[in-house]
Each structure stands twice: as structure tokens, then as C-alpha cells.
Design a protein around this ligand. Structure first.
Ligand code: ARG
Length: 460
């Protein structure tokens, strides 16, 4: 880079003496004056151009150096701006105030535990609306007197307002769990009140049908599986997949569950990873890049998360501003309660994680189709034994060979049914990767719905 500047600077110097040389008498004498001033101007212009170029290059070099130095410092230290000093990154968000004024404890992950029941949910593959009250428990909502305004209100409670729709599902077509009731119906004219407060118990539905809700255009993709039998994936087919990065490094995967919320694993936020401003959420990329990315203004870990057992391994990240939904970035659906997936059902796991145990992260998004493993099978002594809780599901092959791996954590395990993709699991743990009898273990999203809905509602 330096040579490029020095050569022209030297080559310009001999030009000046030549211009000052005494004009030779001859037939070129008259026209000489005009070219001389032109040459003068040209050389001056060249000199100005070169100085500008030199300044630009030097500034560029300084900026690059500054960038790398900042990066290096940022990866190890937290800067207390008020007391103007650096503290070790491990001291930020450790629960004690190390900067004066406690700036190091201001923008940190938080934990949230629920001991209440979120009063609205969707149940079974038909997404039947149910409401909860402490006295009567869960009741399916009859389609009687149900209006579009009720749909709007119920969807808002569930955290979605994009294109809400409702249909009636005949009670006769419900799964055995739901068919006998109990039922409830809205009081006419109660549209604006929260749905669970607007209902009265019913022995049966007058309309003989219940409300089925679709609150968002979640889980839709452009095209499916453009590479048959391959493992390379395109973000347009898995547009909820995001890369969670710190200091430009991919740390974990995650899934957009709405334009502003990302579901991921709680174990992604251990040690020095608790400080919010260091995180970037990169969406819409097949090839993992570091450019762009959304900043994060809240990270909520499940309060019951236990790092020693990986139980309740789920967290939510709130983006500082919602992503703009398009073909390469859009949310996945949360599963309804009692989706009823049976062992052997094919699911897809995606991510940029290691391509082999002790390997490296993949530059391009990968996908793998894996079957759901029976709970008893996964808890058998030859597989994982007693460590599998009801907050976990196992997926993969007992013969090994195909699995998620390091770096896929927090990413999606999805299932396609009734024309939408649903987030069934969150990549959590495994012993090694793709080993025989050591399948991947995922956080069971269906068991976390109450926590997810409550956390999102309390932070919206
Ligand atoms: N805990 C790992 C991570 O942080 C992911 C583990 C998934 N392992 C597996 N064998 N499925 O990225």
C-alpha cells in the first residue's frame, strides 16, 4: 500500500524541472506557452489528488487498526464510561457493581420464572383456542357469537397481530382429548376485554364448533429443499434461523418467533456472555456474515434453567427493533399444546454448527432431517438414562452419523404440518456429536409455551 503512494510522488518530481527548462527556439516556440500552463495545472491537480489519496489511505489504515484494537479490547474488557476505566469482562453482569455507578450491571441478561398459568393457548394441530381460569381449568372456546374483533383480541394476547384469522372446527372432528369439553363461549358484546375474562362456561357449543385461530403468517417459506439429499440449506427455506454473535463470532443459533423475539438456549449466556450490548442477531443469511445484525435490548433466561442438568434450557432475546419480514427473514410458528407428534416423525434441525465433533463452524447453513425419538427409548440405560426430563425431547438416529453439534445450540428443530413450520425443539445438548446411542437433546418447546407467552407479554 505504501509503495503505491511513494512511486507516483517520486515520479511527479522530475516533471517540475522539465517545465522550468528554457524553451528551445524553433517551430514549436509559439504553441509552447499553452501546453506549459496546461501541464502546470495537470501536475498541480495530480499533486492535490495524491495528497488527498495519501490522507485517505492513512485514515483508512488508522481506522482499520483502531477497529482491530477496539475489537481486541472489547473481547476482554468492559469500559466504565463514567469512571473512565476498564474492568475485566467477567466482572460485567456478575451481580456486583464494579464500575462506579454500577454501569457494569445495567445491561445484562435477566431471568424470569413463572408460577402462573398464561390464560390463553392454542391446542392440537387444529389450533383450538382454549382459555384458563383457576376455577374451571382449560376450556375450549365455542364458535358461538365469536367475532373478528374477538380474534384480534385473542391474537394480541398471544403476542401476534399480523393477519389474524379464525375458523370454526366441528367438535366432532376434535382429538379425543378435546372432544368431551369442557367448553366456554364469549359473552356477546365483550370484544375488547381479554378473552379469558369474556367467557361463560357452556355444557356444549350451540354452534357445534369451536374456534381455531391463526394469528400470524408464521412458518411459511419460499421454496422447500432445493438441494435433494444434500445438507446445504438456503435461508429462504428456514427464514427464522438467526445467528447470535458476539464480537463478530457466531456463538449460537436462534429462531425468530415474531419480528421482535428470538427463541434460543439459556446455556448460550454463560460466563462473559451476559452483557446485552455485545450481542448481535444476524438474520436473513445463508452464508454467515458479521455485517449488519440487530442489537438486543433484553435477554430473558428461563428462571428454572439448571446449568448442571440443562433442564429448562430456553431463553428469549428481544431485538431493539423488529426485523423487516421478507423472504429471508420471517418467524416460525410456536407449536400448539398437545401437537401430539409421535416417535419417528421427521423433523429438521438447521444451523451453522460444527460439521463434525471437534470441528469448525460451517460458513453456510446446514440442515438435517432427523426423526423424533421415543421418550422411553431416550431415557433407557443404554441411551441417556434418567437425565432426560419432560422439558427435553430427543431427536436423531441411535446409530449416530447425523446430528446437531457445537454451535447449533439455541437453533431450531422444526416440524412441518398443516402447511406451516413449527418450532418443536431448541438445540440444547448431546454427548459428543452424531455418536451412536447419543442423539441430540432439545428443549421441549411445547412444555415452555406458558413461559414463552408470559415472558413476551410481560416485556411488550
Ligand atoms: N451445546 C451445544 C452448543 O452449545 C450443542 C449441542 C448439541 N449436540 C448434539 N450432539 N446434538 O452448541
Amino acid at each position: 500500500m505504501w509503495a503505491a503512494i511513494q512511486v507516483p510522488e517520486e515520479s511527479i518530481r522530475p516533471l517540475n524541472p522539465r517545465q522550468q527548462a528554457i524553451p528551445q527556439p524553433g517551430r514549436h516556440r509559439r504553441p509552447m506557452t499553452a501546453p506549459k500552463t496546461q501541464k502546470d495545472k495537470a501536475s498541480r491537480r495530480r499533486r492535490v489528488l495524491l495528497s488527498v489519496l495519501t490522507v485517505v489511505v492513512i485514515l483508512g489504515i488508522l481506522a482499520t487498526a483502531g477497529y482491530f484494537i477496539k475489537h481486541l479490547i472489547d473481547s476482554k474488557y468492559f469500559f466504565c464510561s463514567r469512571s473512565v476505566r476498564f474492568i475485566s469482562l467477567d466482572l460485567a453482569c456478575d451481580g456486583t457493581e464494579d464500575c462506579s455507578g454500577g454501569e457494569d450491571e445495567l445491561t445484562c441478561v435477566s431471568t424470569f420464572a413463572v408460577n402462573t398459568t398464561f390464560p390463553v393457548r392454542l391446542t392440537s394441530v387444529r389450533q383450538v383456542l382454549q382459555v384458563y381460569s383457576p376455577g374451571s381449568g382449560w376450556r375450549s372456546v365455542c364458535n358461538d357469537d365469536w367475532t373478528q374483533q374477538h380474534t384480534q383480541t385473542a391474537c394480541k394476547q398471544l403476542g401476534y397481530t399480523h393477519n389474524p384469522r379464525s375458523t370454526g372446527v366441528p367438535v366432532d372432528l376434535l382429538i379425543p382429548l378435546l372432544k368431551p369439553g369442557p367448553f366456554t363461549a364469549v359473552r356477546p358484546g365483550s370484544t375488547a376485554t381479554p378473552t379469558h375474562q369474556a367467557t361463560l362456561d357452556r355444557g356444549a357449543c350451540r354452534s357445534r364448533s369451536v374456534v381455531s385461530l391463526s394469528c400470524s403468517d408464521c412458518g411459511q417459506t419460499g421454496s422447500q429443499d432445493r438441494i435433494v439429499g444434500g445438507t446445504d440449506a438456503f435461508i429462504e427455506d428456514w427464514p427464522w434461523q438467526v445467528s447470535l454473535q458476539q464480537g463478530g463470532q457466531h456463538v449460537c443459533g436462534g429462531s425468530l418467533v415474531s419480528p421482535r423475539w428470538v427463541a434460543t438456549a439459556a446455556h448460550c449466556f454463560t460466563g462473559s456472555k451476559k452483557e446485552l450490548t455485545r450481542w448481535k442477531v444476524v438474520s436473513g443469511r445463508t452464508y454467515m456474515g458479521t455485517l449488519g445484525g440487530s442489537s438486543v435490548d433484553r435477554i430473558i433466561l428461563n428462571g428454572d434453567y439448571d446449568p448442571s442438568t440443562n433442564d429448562y434450557d430456553i431463553a428469549l432475546m428481544r431485538l431493539s427493533s423488529p426485523i423487516s419480514v421478507g423472504d429471508s427473514s420471517r418467524p416460525v410458528c410456536l407449536p400448539p399444546k398437545a401437537l401430539g407428534l409421535s416417535a419417528g416423525t421427521t423433523m429438521t434441525v438447521t444451523g451453522w454448527g460444527y460439521l463434525e465433533e471437534n470441528g469448525k463452524v460451517s460458513p453456510s447453513l446446514q440442515k438435517a432431517s432427523i426423526p423424533l425419538i421415543d421418550k422411553d427409548k431416550c431415557s433407557s440405560p443404554t441411551v441417556y438414562g434418567k437425565v432426560i426430563t419432560s422439558r427435553m425431547i430427543c431427536a436423531g438416529f441411535l446409530g449416530g452419523k447425523i446430528d446437531a453439534c457445537q454451535g447449533d445450540s439455541g437453533g431450531p428443530l422444526v416440524h412441518f404440518s398443516t402447511s406451516k413450520w413449527r418450532l418443536v425443539g431448541v438445540v440444547s445438548w448431546g454427548v459428543g456429536c452424531a455418536r451412536a446411542r447419543r442423539p441430540g437433546v432439545y428443549c421441549n418447546v411445547e412444555e415452555m409455551l406458558n413461559w414463552i407467552y408470559t415472558a413476551i407479554e410481560k416485556n411488550s
